[in-house]
Design a protein around this ligand. Structure first.
Ligand SMILES: Nc1ncnc2c1ncn2[C@@H]1O[C@H](COP(=O)(O)OP(=O)(O)OP(=O)(O)O)[C@@H](O)[C@H]1O
Ligand SMILES: [Mg+2]
Length: 472
């Protein structure tokens, strides 16, 4: 499952990052604290050692008894949780706080450090194995001077366990807090990534699934202001256009079936009537000619449909060449000669210059001009005027087809380019399929040009389109 793995990857990554940061922080804190702790302890020990040194000097000069000196040592030992010993200037021990250390009295314990001590410097050693205790200890040795003469040294030994106990407690606190913080932030990350990413994605996914199963009216309801919100919005507009396409398809199919059914029903009726003998012999010819007309209409409809779908599918790539648009117009008009004569129409053609060369697909352009003239002839009143013009302006050639007659209503304006749209069904039912203008617009669009129409004030409709002018 995609969504689960995305989610766990995210949570794992964030948790890892946070864990690493906290571990580094905790390690740093522990290290820093250890340094701080030892520094503080050293200060404390050197203070205590000074007190002992003073007492030792008094003893050495006979101003204090051995018991008094031992009391000082024991007191300090308790206070600092360590063992305290005193050595003379050759490193021989003469007093010890711990009764078990009495056996060292009279023995030389300090040897190699004597040099440093004589210089007046204290010695501090961590984690050394002291044979006094058979234990690893922290040792602090401070020289005793009196009147500038080296008098011996104070030794303060603390077992490492003793020192480490408070340190360990602090480490514990630091690491427990770190672990607690890691767990807490993982929970927060888990919750928010669920809320912000995983759930919305699952929603979108669910709707996509439904749409793919045909429920095209489903939409995602996410209003967040982030990228997911934008995704949801685009997703919804995609669903809108899918739904539109689906609707168009339904309307288209119902239109096509409707257009096919009426001629087929009448053809079936006429031929059925002839076969059954219901239609008298002398009328057969008449009904057959009507059936023939219907079949021609069907053929035209099917050809138009095939054209349209082929053009839309981009099956015919345009065969663009240089042609004289005036020539194309002349060729197209000739086809309407009989109709023009029978309806007593007055056709004016205003062609700019002698020849205006344009870059077009010739056959497609003949279809465009023919469809527009067909409309003009169809919607003009008997005895009315038709005007066809070409005009060159810069890189473009403008072609217009005008007829007087009733203007196109506002309601129709929105739809005349749609497939199967015809405004006045009764008037145009015989010879109309409502495909003419949609074929025209598709072809013009494929040429990368534009087409529009104007209702003229003095009654009449003008269709205008542009073409690309050929360079001479
Ligand atoms: N010159 C015009 N004057 C008035 N109305 C027009 C004109 N040209 C088109 N129309 C309106 O636009 C509608 C669509 O035109 P279109 O050419 O697509 O279909 P049609 O002429 O009805 O059928 P077809 O061209 O397929 O035979 C027409 O039914 C008509 O109402
Ligand atoms: Mg038409």
């Amino acid at each position: 499952m995609q969504k689960k793995s995305l989610f766990s990857k995210m949570v794992a990554t964030y948790t890892l990052i946070i864990a690493i940061s906290f571990v580094i922080l905790a390690a740093f804190l522990s290290f820093w604290f250890q340094g701080y702790y030892f520094e503080e302890r050293q200060k404390q020990l050197s203070g205590e050692a000074q007190v002992i040194a003073n007492a030792a000097v008094q003893y050495l000069y006979g101003e204090a008894s051995l018991k008094q000196i031992n009391d000082v040592l024991i007191h300090t030992s308790k206070y600092t949780s360590s063992d305290v010993l005193l050595s003379d200037n050759y490193g021989y021990i003469y007093a010890a706080s711990n009764p078990q250390h009495k056996k060292f009295i009279g023995r030389q314990i300090i040897t190699e450090d004597l040099g440093v001590l004589r210089q007046g410097d204290a010695v501090e050693k961590k984690n050394v194995f002291e044979n006094i205790d058979n234990n690893t200890v922290h040792t602090y040795e401070m020289p005793i001077f009196y009147r500038g003469i080296f008098q011996g040294a104070v030794l303060i030994n603390t077992t490492m366990n003793e020192i480490k106990e408070p340190l360990n407690r602090v480490y514990e606190i630091i690491w427990i807090s770190a672990i607690f913080a890691i767990v807490l932030s993982s929970v927060v990350i888990y919750y928010f990534s669920q809320r912000i990413i995983v759930k919305p994605l699952a929603k979108i996914n669910g709707v996509a699934d439904k749409i793919s199963k045909g429920e095209v009216d489903k939409r995602v309801d996410i209003n967040s202001n982030d990228e997911i919100g934008v995704l949801a919005h685009s997703f919804n507009s995609m669903a809108d256009s899918l739904q539109q396409v689906e609707n168009n398809r339904r309307v288209f199919i119902s239109n096509v079936s409707h257009e096919l059914r009426s001629p087929i029903t009448s053809i079936k009726g006429f031929i059925g009537g002839i076969l059954d003998g219901i239609i008298p012999k002398e009328k057969e010819q008449y009904y057959l000619s009507i059936a023939y007309e219907e079949i021609q209409r069907l053929t035209r409809l099917i050809n138009d449909l095939l054209d349209l779908s082929a053009i839309e599918a981009g099956k015919f790539s345009l065969n663009i060449q240089e042609f004289d648009i005036n020539e194309i117009i002349r060729l197209s008009i000739i086809k309407f000669e009989t109709k023009i004569k029978s309806r007593k129409l007055n056709v004016d053609v205003w062609l700019e210059e002698k020849d205006v060369h344009v870059l077009v697909d010739r056959d497609k352009m003949i279809q465009v001009v023919t469809n527009l003239i067909d409309n003009a002839v169809k919607y003009v009143n008997d005895g009315g005027n038709i005007e066809i013009r070409t005009k060159a302006r810069g890189q473009k050639v403008f072609v217009s087809v005008y007829n007087d007659g009733p203007p196109i209503s506002d309601e129709d304006t929105k739809h005349i380019w749609d497939r199967f749209y015809k405004s006045d069904k009764s008037r145009t039912s015989k010879v109309s399929t409502g495909l003419g203008l949609s074929i025209v617009r598709t072809i013009i669009a494929q040429h990368g040009e534009e087409i529009w129409f104007k209702n003229k004030q003095n009654k009449g409709v003008k269709f205008i389109f542009t073409l690309k002018r050929a360079r001479k």
